[in-house]
Design a protein around this ligand. Structure first.
Ligand SMILES: NC(=O)c1ccc[n+]([C@@H]2O[C@H](COP(=O)([O-])OP(=O)(O)OC[C@H]3O[C@@H](n4cnc5c(N)ncnc54)[C@H](OP(=O)(O)O)[C@@H]3O)[C@@H](O)[C@H]2O)c1
Length: 287
């Protein structure tokens, strides 16, 4: 347990031929998501504030157009590079081939200004089904070359993960998917665990859409925290890697403080909140 209150977790890859675990690394189980943070200061300030408040995991993506500020904030933070875990993603429109995966990994490294990415994800299942095997082979090559310390996927449904058993040499270390009290996804979580991967939960506040939910407000009052803290802690308590986004320094602090919240006695009300709510896109349902 870190002083900021979050655990770390061991992620790794199952070799499909031998069943052995490969390339295991430790990653923090809590961090900052930086989607919708603009360059021009917003992203840099938020990442710097988060690191100074104890965050050690930053989740960006090529499609967020802020890898440059994310990398600069990490380099300028005064915290040793190896203490900060950096996640970025291969854009779905870039996920077209083996070569494209390598090319875009290199350009993410250049934009971040870092020697390696701690976890590199395919942002969503490549649209061209025939390209999926080649793209994953490219991801495996990024790992082999040391450009990434671990690789994974995002927005893969159970059928996409199952298909990977036929073409992957090693299976993903994580699948990053939308997960929160209004979309609890027990079947998908089980499918992720079944391939030896970890669940990485995005949009724990359903993109902020659900912070005013009356059940959430009731829970927060009963345990003495804010509604956002109750939702974040529910996600964290599932065992998932949890990455709320905020550009606001007060909320960045509020969100990390959620790790100290005790949600004891609230299980049945959280269970009743399930409504399969999708806050944005849902590529897990794509063919
Ligand atoms: N792989 C994918 O396809 C995917 C998709 C979506 C997200 N993600 C990742 O997951 C991260 C988090 O998800 P998200 O950005 O979609 O949504 P989120 O974390 O569920 O919610 C963020 C929204 O909630 C607000 N907020 C944050 N803390 C709050 C608090 N304590 N009280 C009230 N409102 C609060 C934020 O506004 P302020 O900034 O103004 O505080 C923002 O509008 C992303 O940043 C990204 O890294 C990945």
């Amino acid at each position: 347990m870190s002083t900021a209150g979050f655990d770390s977790i061991t992620i790794g890859h199952t070799n499909t031929a031998t069943g052995q675990r490969e390339h295991e690394v430790e990653m923090p189980r809590f961090g900052l998501g930086v989607w919708q943070m603009s360059e021009g200061g917003e992203c840099r300030n938020a990442v710097q504030h988060a690191i100074s408040s104890g965050y050690r995991l930053i989740d960006t993506a090529r499609s967020y157009a802020n890898e440059t500020e994310t990398g600069a904030a990490i380099r300028d933070s005064g915290v040793a590079r190896e203490e900060i875990f950096v996640v970025t993603k291969l854009r779905q429109p870039h996920a077209t081939s083996y070569e494209a995966a390598l090319e875009h990994c290199r350009s993410s490294l250049d934009m971040l200004g870092l020697d390696c990415i701690d976890l590199y994800l395919v942002h969503a299942p490549p649209e061209d089904i025939d390209a999926r095997a080649g793209v994953w082979k490219g991801m495996e090559e990024c790992l082999a070359r040391g450009w990434a310390r671990s690789i994974g996927v995002s927005n893969y449904g159970a059928h996409h993960l199952d298909d990977m058993r036929a073409y992957a040499k090693i299976l993903p270390a994580v699948n990053q998917v939308e997960l929160h009290p209004w979309n609890q996804r027990p079947a998908l979580r089980a499918a992720i665990e079944a391939i030896g991967a970890k669940v990485m939960a995005y949009s724990p506040l359903a993109r902020g859409h659900k912070v005013g939910c009356s059940n959430l407000v009731k829970i927060a009052e009963s345990v003495g925290c804010t509604p956002a803290q109750a939702a974040i802690k529910w996600v964290y308590d599932t065992g998932a890697i949890t990455i709320p986004k905020s550009s606001n320094p007060g909320r960045i602090d509020e969100n990390i403080a959620s790790l100290k919240v005790d949600l004891g006695g609230t299980k049945s009300i959280f269970n009743s909140m399930e409504e399969a709510y999708v806050s944005g896109w849902n590529p897990t349902a794509e063919p």
